[in-house]
Design a binder for this molecule. Structure first.
Ligand SMILES: Cc1cc2nc3c(=O)[nH]c(=O)nc-3n(C[C@H](O)[C@H](O)[C@H](O)COP(=O)(O)O)c2cc1C
Length: 189
């Protein structure tokens, strides 16, 4: 059986329904169409209460510890958040505060965000990218930002957004494959 690439997607939205989650699922569908993948979606809205109660990693309940470990062993991370006050949500940051600071070195990270308007599209480059630069992750050059106007309620309604998602995934695939092969080669040597 061919290798399955481990993809972990974090959606920082605290609400349901969630446009961020819709964007995440659209990115995952495109990746799934391109490669054999094993997917985990970490929906912060679902685990908000228990995650916020864990001030340190040792206090994290077992399922949240499992999510953190999944992030730390992913071949590709999708890091997506709604814009809250011109940044990612506080809980999104809290989750990554619990991730080991060396666990994401060289891991490809696809950045994505949704906001009320186009005005905060630079959240990708000014907020998300620096966070993952701290981790020495390989943030992918093409991120995906979607405004409320790109959706019809909770469905993607913009051809430009669909094109951007396809481009982001096309660019992500070779990075994901290269990273996974490097890790396998390092284990064999
Ligand atoms: C507390 C809060 C703060 C927000 N701040 C911003 C903001 O600074 N800029 C912006 O464009 N949208 C802002 N929004 C709108 C959300 O980013 C937008 O509706 C987003 O798509 C919601 O994603 P979700 O449906 O996944 O929760 C804010 C929404 C909330 C609830």
């Amino acid at each position: 059986m061919s290798k399955k690439y481990k993809i972990v997607a974090v959606s920082g939205s605290l609400q349901r329904p969630s446009r961020t989650l819709v964007l995440v699922h659209s990115l995952l569908s495109a990746l799934e169409a391109a490669l054999p993948v094993e997917i985990r979606v970490i929906d912060l809205g679902e685990i908000a209460g228990r995650l916020s109660g864990a001030l340190t990693r040792s206090q994290a309940p077992a399922d949240i510890e499992e999510h953190i470990r999944a992030i730390e062993t992913a071949d590709l991370v999708i890091a997506a958040s709604p814009v809250y006050r011109a940044s990612y949500t506080g809980l999104f940051k809290h989750l990554f505060d619990l991730v080991h600071h060396e666990a994401l070195i060289d891991v490809p990270v696809l950045l994505a965000a949704t906001g009320g308007s186009e005005r905060h599209a630079l959240v990708i480059d000014h907020q998300l990218r620096p966070l993952f630069s701290f981790f020495q992750a390989r943030t992918l050059p093409v991120g995906v930002y979607a405004a409320q106007s790109d959706f019809d309620r909770y469905e993607i309604a913009s051809e430009a957004l669909r094109t951007r998602i396809a481009l982001a995934v096309d660019r992500a695939v070779p990075q994901l494959v290269a990273r996974a092969e490097n890790v396998t080669a390092a284990l064999v040597v």
